[in-house]
Design a protein around this ligand. Sequence first.
Ligand code: HEC
Length: 100
Amino acid sequence: MKRVTLLAGLAISLGLAAQAQASTLAKAQYLSATCANCHGTNGKSNGGLASLAGYDKAKFLATMKDFQTDKRPATIMHQLSKGYTDAQLEVMATFFASQK
Ligand code: HEC
C-alpha cells in the first residue's frame, strides 16, 4: 500500500512538473509573439530585421537592458523594451536562445 501511495505521489509530481514546463513554454510563446511582427515567428526573421532565434541569452538580456536604459540607440526598441520586467525578459531570452 505504501508503495502504491509513493508511486501515485511520484506520478502526480511528474505530471505537475510537465505541466509547469508546458505553461512556461506557453508564457514564452505568448510574450514572444509580440516580437514576431518585426523579428519573425519564433524569432526567425525573413531577413528584414535581426533574427532572435538562437540569440545568445546573455547577449539578449544585455541588449534589452541597453535599450531600456537608452544606452543603445534605437528607433523603436527603447520604447518596446521598457514594457517588460526582468522576469519576462528572462523567459523570452531562454525561449529565443532555444530556437534553431
Ligand atoms: C515594430 C517592430 C519591432 C518589434 C515589434 C520588435 N522589434 Fe526588436 N528591433 C526592431 C528594430 C527596428 C531594431 C533595431 C533597433 C531599433 O532601431 O530600435 C530591433 C532590434 C532588436 C534587438 C537587437 C538585435 C541586434 O542584435 O541587432 C533585439 C534583441 C530585439 N530587437 C528584441 C526584440 C524583442 C524581444 C521584441 C519583442 C518583445 C522585439 N524586438 C520587438 C523592431 C522591432
